[in-house]
Design a protein around this ligand. Sequence first.
Ligand code: 48F
Length: 256
Amino acid sequence: MIEETIITRAIIETYLKELLDSVESDVIIGGAGPSGLCAGYYLAKKGYKTILFERALKPGGGMPGGGIMFNRIVVQPEGKSILDEFGIRYHEYKPDYYVADSLEATACLTDKAIKAGLRIYNLISIEDVIIRDIGVTGVVINWSSVEIAKLHIDPVSFQSKIVIDATGHPSEIVHIVERKSGGKLLTPSGRIEGEKSMWAEVAERMTIQNTKEVFPNLYVTGMSANAVFGGPRMGPIFGGMLLSGKKVAEMVTQKL
Ligand code: 48F
């Protein structure tokens, strides 16, 4: 016999128990694209309590869509070791250009990150941050459905030692901090430099260079790093995203 009310209780009770335990954490990541998932995997694997809020229904960000909806991604040789780490299969298309299935890549990243201990909360948007004297100390969240419907419902806050902006092209968390801190970012101008037009080779290199602390206790990874520090976009080549996620996890580990 199947009791509907037990199903209801199982879902609500287990979700809320974990959510309550996530109110304070070591690291909060905004965005479950490739860089956020990769960062979350390496941090959770090290034993840090790592929470990820994702606005969308499903994780993956720009990865599952591949290039122009063709579900393939390209990765350069430097990214191969991360594909191996996550069990993502690939083949050499031409020397130094590896092709993988973008759905398999998304599934493997998500699977390994969750199994390493990353807590992913989908359908939740980060709409503000908490800033104290020491820098960023957490985020303010609301249901994405509330945001989309433009309902007047107050959000709640979650505290962490570190926040990582992995929100991709719009670099949403850094935009909030720029606006609310009066432009005191650790960028050359103190403000967001802005993303430049496509140049895959330079962009891939710069994504890793630009993976940094951009305000005390706030780091940028992936496309957000390039948008904040003035790097170009790169299109459907993904090695830089994965390497940036790994790098930010290493930087945060050193700081913690
Ligand atoms: O855009 P996205 O995949 O970011 P990424 O990890 O990777 C970029 C590539 O996909 C691609 C590219 C190159 O290869 O240029 O675009 O840097 O994932 C960002 C995720 O953040 C979520 C959004 O729904 C997406 O899944 N997101 C954005 N803003 C918020 C957010 C927010 N305020 N709160 C929660 N999630």
